[in-house]
Design a protein around this ligand. Structure first.
Ligand SMILES: Nc1ncnc2c1ncn2[C@@H]1O[C@H](COP(=O)(O)OP(=O)(O)O)[C@@H](O)[C@H]1O
Ligand SMILES: O=C(O)C1=C[C@@H](OP(=O)(O)O)[C@@H](O)[C@H](O)C1
Ligand SMILES: [Mg+2]
Length: 173
């Protein structure tokens, strides 16, 4: 059953920040897939990318499958590239409601930290390329899309006001 809330969207769109706040507000556990990967491999995301992007992606897929299969009533924040492998989404959507956090690139460019984001080390301009490659994927995999254009509180309220019954049921009962 779909009891998890799974946040997807561009790098810097707010998935980790929103996921943590949402989990606090809903009283649900929180799992950030990147943090889970860093914890289980005992290596940072940049260190994993230093081996190769393919190395990181293989670990990411294992993490998605594991988290999707073991978590319930959990808020899960994905990395921006989770949509690149359909296996990841296939696994996550079995147990989760997929929410696309849609934030304008111009907003992301203004505040994204590139230090722990190896794909942006050549510059933030890469964001435009990723957006072009990934926008359709985010849209097609999402059960729900939320605009992150104004404030984080608006985003949190919109998600909370649209939760499917499979997620609200246990919380209330
Ligand atoms: N609506 C917003 N208003 C202000 N800052 C935002 C908003 N959405 C995201 N941010 C900021 O953008 C940055 C990137 O957010 P983060 O949660 O790390 O994104 P992601 O996990 O999607 O890469 C953070 O500094 C976060 O506070
Ligand atoms: O967009 C991407 O491909 C990536 C996004 C990152 O997560 P955030 O979306 O939290 O930045 C992280 O998974 C890795 O650096 C790759
Ligand atoms: Mg994140």
């Amino acid at each position: 059953m779909k009891t998890n809330i799974v946040l997807i969207g561009m790098t810097g769109s707010g998935k980790s920040t929103i996921g943590e706040k949402l989990s606090q507000q809903l009283g649900m556990p929180f799992k950030d897939i990147d943090l889970f990967i860093e914890h289980t491999t005992k290596q940072s995301i940049p260190e994993l990318f230093e081996v190769s992007e393919a190395h990181f992606r293989a670990i990411e897929t294992k993490a998605c499958k594991k988290i999707a299969a073991t978590e319930n009533h959990t808020v899960i924040s994905c990395g921006g590239g989770v949509v690149l492998n359909p296996e990841n989404i296939q696994a996550l959507r079995k147990t989760g409601w997929i929410v696309f956090i849609d934030r304008p690139i111009e907003h992301i460019i203004k505040d994204i930290e590139i230090g722990h984001r190896p794909l942006l080390k050549e510059g933030k301009g890469k964001l435009y390329q990723f957006h072009e490659q990934r926008l359709n994927l985010y849209q097609s995999f999402a059960d729900f899309r939320v605009d992150n254009q104004s404030g984080l509180e608006d985003v949190l309220n919109t998600i909370k006001n649209n939760l499917p019954k499979t997620i609200t049921h246990k919380r209330r009962g």
